[in-house]
Design a binder for this molecule. Sequence first.
Ligand SMILES: O=P(O)(O)OC[C@H]1O[C@H](O)[C@H](O)[C@@H](O)[C@@H]1O
Length: 425
Amino acid sequence: MINVTYSGNYQDILTDDKKRTLKSIHEKLYAKTGEGNDYVGWLDWPSGLSEDFLNGIKDTATQIREKADVLIVIGIGGSYLGAKAVIEALQPHFEKNPNFEVLFAGHQVSGPYLKQLMSYVDDKEVALNVISKSGTTTEPALAFRFLQQYMKDRYGKEAESRIFVTTDAEKGALLTLAEEKGYKRFVVPDDVGGRYSVFTAVGLLPIAAAGFELNQLIQGAKDAEDELKSFNPGDNPAIRYGTIRHHLYEQGYTNEVLATFEPKLSFVQEWWKQLFGESEGKEHKGIFPISVVYTTDLHSLGQYIQDGKRNLLESFLVVDEADEDLEVFEAENNADQLNYLAGLSLHEFNLTAYKGVSEAHLSGGVPQIGVHVKKIDEYHLGYLLYFYMLSCAYSAYLLGINPFNQPGVEDYKTAIFKLLNKPGY
Ligand SMILES: O=P(O)(O)OC[C@H]1O[C@H](O)[C@H](O)[C@@H](O)[C@@H]1O
């Protein structure tokens, strides 16, 4: 379902030694005995999802769509990027959703954003889904403080039936608050970290509310879980991708540029950055994840990628089939001199551009990985996101890093809290 290509020879990387290392990673991962094993609930999560659970999410999504025109999803990092990635990939570019919108808040602290959001929804019916695994993250908590008040002012007691909380089952300030007010709650499983949580209620409720097909998304993830669990490092694309990028890292390619020709995937790229960046960037190790959308960025970052410092590897996220397309037509006077393209579709143009860019960058000293997915729909996105999560676990374990914690993010938080005189800091 996913095809991973490489500009080098994969068999050369796959030495007996590497196979042994991969085998031991595979065994620890699936036996849930590797480092960070408290957080591998995502691994068999898709196949464990019950009809009842999915129906519960779908029913709530239907209720939300019945009573509201807008769902504001409050969350940051893993509590926002998965839903945002799927929704952006699936919704049309324009007239996103004339009858129902999913908007996001709490993923930054911008006064203008929050003020303008509240005035934008003033003439619309609103529901809120506040998502935080810890229940204590400052940005969403701050946004929720404002938006909860907004809801109370607008709806009084009825606000309580318009607010949905997704958080830990047992702890956190958000849980206490939800219990106090009787808000409907969804659980972030204990053993699933934020950046691995897209197939839990964290991602599923906003995605369902946006009107997308959960069964297909989950089926894609389930098939990925099933097909990628075999230890077959020659063919398994998740092992392949993890192994190639790790090999390139060892050769000094410490930055990975994830490139796509499909602008709708730009939030899949953002989600991927958190996934790989937070999973691997520890102990002064790890590939720094960067993203570009082509051909746009060929006209800005293309120069650097072609000729700049040689520590870049490039991985293309290639969509093989376009759902909509245009064919270049023959113009009478050919004033723009583009008749040579007549008969070519824009998708074919991009596939050719992929080949050309890939050749040029390779000759400039940037090794190439291709991650090919058939098309963009619920099923293939489900498959793709699971594929990346699994590859990430292999890749981080190859580095000797626990993929499932993020100890480093506390340092800047402590520094900010000290400056703000937060009690206890
Ligand atoms: O869901 P939350 O607990 O609010 O966390 C939201 C995000 O913020 C944290 O600082 C972590 O770095 C992320 O891994 C997490 O996804």
